[in-house]
Design a protein. Structure first.
Length: 294
């Protein structure tokens, strides 16, 4: 669904007209981001109206990445415009399977703006890692890429004011503050009531919004993906905390109301590591299933 933003707390439902379409198969290759190749498998048609950023054909397809699994939206999958000034998301902090002794494994859940069509990305999320002797660790973080643009110039910045636990419900947002070069990062642990908010000078590409399960980079290399079982994103699992994107014309979109990619994670040898479910009936909720650590 698409909504017109009236105020911070009020939205009016905007009805899109759906009509039948024949199957469209397109293959594209776009440099940058974390993708290796992207294949649009089908199309569902919507009718744009009154400043909507929807394509006349709202494509809904699949993509692959070596380190991302989840969903990404854009104004267009072939010619995206810098239109997203806010993304909201929610998830349940996952529990990686521990081990007595062996290789440490890592996993991240986050929302972001940018990063698919360029290397410019702003993110906020949580980390769930498994260490030796069944010692799991959890924390919240934010990151802005390239790293030279962010405070501390590190790969990610831990949010020490939040104490994150397995199973906690997280609600987060990234939004333009006063201009396209100043952004607000907000994250709240609903289960504990703790929250963090800060403003940053930063300029993302604004061409995509994401809800992602990630195999993070450790010491310059992709980590072994933690066996998190099933990861849960969206209001179906988080008691109504939404996954939504906001455009510069003041509209609020469910994931299924924009052109999107459902992204599956494969390693460099072609092994499936993690894959998303279809979107739920609310157009926003989904799960990601772990398949392999490497």
């Amino acid at each position: 669904m698409k909504y017109r933003k009236i105020s911070i707390s009020l939205a009016v439902l905007f009805t899109a007209i759906l009509f039948a379409s024949s199957l469209i198969v397109i293959t594209t290759s776009i440099s940058g981001g974390s993708s290796q190749y992207k294949t649009v498998e089908s199309a569902v048609l919507h009718t744009p109206n009154n400043g909507s950023l929807l394509e006349e054909t709202t494509t809904q397809g699949t993509a692959t990445s070596e380190n991302w699994a989840g969903y990404l939206v854009a104004s267009s999958l072939s010619n995206p415009q810098p239109v997203f000034y806010e993304v909201d998301g929610s998830w349940i902090v996952q529990t990686p399977a521990g081990h007595f002794i062996g290789t440490e494994t890592h996993s991240s859940q986050w929302i972001g703006i940018g990063g698919w069509f360029s290397n410019t990305l702003i993110q906020v999320g949580t980390e769930s890692n498994a260490h030796n002797y069944y010692q799991n660790s959890y924390y919240a973080w934010y990151e802005m890429l390239p790293t030279s643009t962010q405070a501390g110039n590190s790969s990610n910045v831990k949010i020490t004011s939040l104490t994150v636990h397995s199973g906690d419900v997280i609600d987060a947002s990234i939004s333009e503050y006063q201009s396209s070069s100043e952004w607000t990062i907000y994250i709240q642990d609903i289960s504990t009531g703790q929250s963090y908010q800060n403003n940053f000078h930063y300029t993302p590409d604004m061409k995509s919004a994401e809800w992602i399960e990630e195999r993070p980079t450790v010491n310059g290399n992709y980590a072994n993906l933690a066996n998190f079982g099933t990861a849960y994103f969206g209001p179906q699992y988080t008691s109504g905390y939404y996954n939504r994107a906001y455009d510069t014309n003041g509209y609020i979109y469910d994931i299924n109301s924009l052109p999107y990619y459902a992204i599956s994670m494969y390693d460099s040898s072609g092994t499936l590591m993690a894959s998303p479910s279809s979107l739920g009936s609310d157009g926003n909720s989904f799960t990601v299933t772990w398949h392999s650590s490497t």
